[in-house]
Design a protein around this ligand. Sequence first.
Ligand code: PAF
Length: 299
Amino acid sequence: MEPRTQRLTVAILGTGAMARYLAYHLDAIHPWIIGRVSPPYQIMELGRSHQVVQPAYWGWDTLPPHPPDIVLLAVKWRGLSTAQRWIAQHAPQSVVISFMNGMGQEEILHELPHVVLAMGITTTAITRQDDNIPTIRIVSRGSTVVPHVADARLDVLKTYGNQYHWGWQWVTPGRMQNLRWQKLVQNSIINPLTVLANCPNGELIRHPLWQLAQPLTDEASPVARAEGTAIPSDMLARVARLLEDTRDNWSSMAQDVHAGLPTEIDAINGYIVSHARRHHLLVPTHEALTVLVSKLGQG
Ligand code: PAF
């Protein structure tokens, strides 16, 4: 049964690992994928291989047939301004759900006055391999959380999600600030440390650099508190669990460094540093990691 699938158009912005995963995951509702048109790719999960139907691609400069109802923002930070221009031009009144890492993108997206913003998070762990056949390896589906902002289009999306078993959690918008800070702290530990240790997530816990996880958490907590939210006292155990769940994954930042691409360090540890300054708090470990990884990002 394909009820109402034609009534809601979902556009996924980006063509990286997350965007391609979402195109596969939401296949039943035929999302568009917006960005650089890419060849077909395969999805691997738990060693199984699925040949994916080529999603419907639209280039950044192609005029889509009509404005989409919902935009899933799955670009990296380096693609945000292109995505923002696309939304302004082609989806100015859409609901925009962001799955980007880091924080601060909401301040940029608020410049689009008529979009309805839903700042989500995901711990889906995907490694992209562009070998013979471009492959997206799903290491862990993790959890995906979306705020249930009052909007009829989101009600329909939620219905689809239940019908097709996407496993998304829908929470009241008021809970997102805390969940986003928790995800920020997780990324601020896992991403730069796996870059510097040059290891997949699962090996970090046995690496000497793991000793920085405690000071990173201790430094971030007062900043979160000053921003009006509390980091749970068992945060380090949560990070360790996420590392274990995603043990075979290379963090998105490590994948960026391997590909010679700019990293998202400024939106992760850099965000903590800039917000610490606003509150006259010291975060020397975050500051040091921001400087070190930024240097790597410059090649
Ligand atoms: O950025 C990443 O790589 C991901 O957010 C996560 C969940 C840390 C898995 O590697």
